[in-house]
Design a protein around this ligand. Structure first.
Ligand code: 3SL
Length: 246
């Protein structure tokens, strides 16, 4: 019988602040920001965006805007002054972004992507909206996977953890992956408690309340609806493009 310890791992890191604790170089990092950055990125690719340049700061987004790129920026759930749009998935479903490269800066998600890229061979984007397509692809890779939750300003959040738990659960159930961190086990249990009703489970979560106050209920519903797309955005250099799946 094969040595079980040789199996690739799937682990969950709750927030960018904890990322240095998971310091091994990882084969694949899945960056997750369910509300709303990674859901918006998946929606953008589903609706024909050419590429997204994820930048951590507003200044970088402004620079790219000055260079002629279409640029979007969000802070604390709101569109930043001087930008036409922000982080709503619905902003990326129009002709305006089709075939375009968009520079994007968000409070947590784009920062997490830039943190991940220094210690992974491959960085891909995960959300509930591309869950099954992503897990099918990850299972086929048979490589070590770290799910990095973007959280909220370095704190833990429920929605990213549940999505990470769904990925860990799917990979572990094949019997071909192992998981040793308690964070991964906790994420899996949270997912198992939430999976029948994400919307209800997250009713009093902090970011759902924050977005609700901003009248973004339709965005919340969209982001919490699983498996709306097959796209897997992947980082190539400084930009996200669409992974071509064989
Ligand atoms: O933190 C982020 O990157 C955003 O997704 C936050 S918000 O949903 O746009 O408020």
């Amino acid at each position: 019988m094969e040595d079980q310890n040789e199996r690739p791992y799937v682990e969950v890191c709750f927030s960018p602040r904890q990322f240095p604790l998971y310091k091994d170089p990882h084969d694949i990092i899945v960056v997750i920001d369910v509300l709303r950055a990674t859901s918006a990125i998946c929606a953008a690719f589903e609706h024909g965006v050419e590429a997204i340049i994820p930048v951590s700061s507003i200044e970088e987004a402004r620079d790219l805007q000055d260079q002629g790129y279409l640029a979007a920026a969000e802070r604390n759930g709101e569109i930043v002054d001087g930008f036409e749009f922000g982080n709503s998935p619905f902003s990326y479903m129009t002709e305006r972004t089709k075939g375009k490269t968009v520079a994007l800066s968000t409070t947590n998600g784009t920062r997490a992507i830039n943190i991940a890229k220094v210690s992974a061979k491959t960085v891909v984007i995960g959300a509930l909206s591309n869950l099954d397509a992503l897990t099918d692809w990850l299972i086929k890779q048979e490589r070590n996977v770290l799910c990095l939750c973007s959280g909220w300003k370095d704190k833990f959040n429920l929605e990213d953890t549940i999505c990470a738990g769904a990925i860990a659960d799917a990979l572990m159930s094949t019997g071909n992956f192992q998981s040793t961190e308690d964070s991964s086990i906790a994420a899996k249990y949270l997912y198992q408690s939430a999976r029948d009703n994400y919307f209800g489970f997250l009713k009093s979560s902090s970011h759902r309340r924050r977005l609700k106050k901003l009248n973004l209920n339709e965005d919340i519903k969209f982001c919490l609806t699983p498996n709306q797309t097959q796209v897997i955005p992947i980082l190539k250099g400084d930009r996200l493009t669409l992974l071509n799946q064989e």
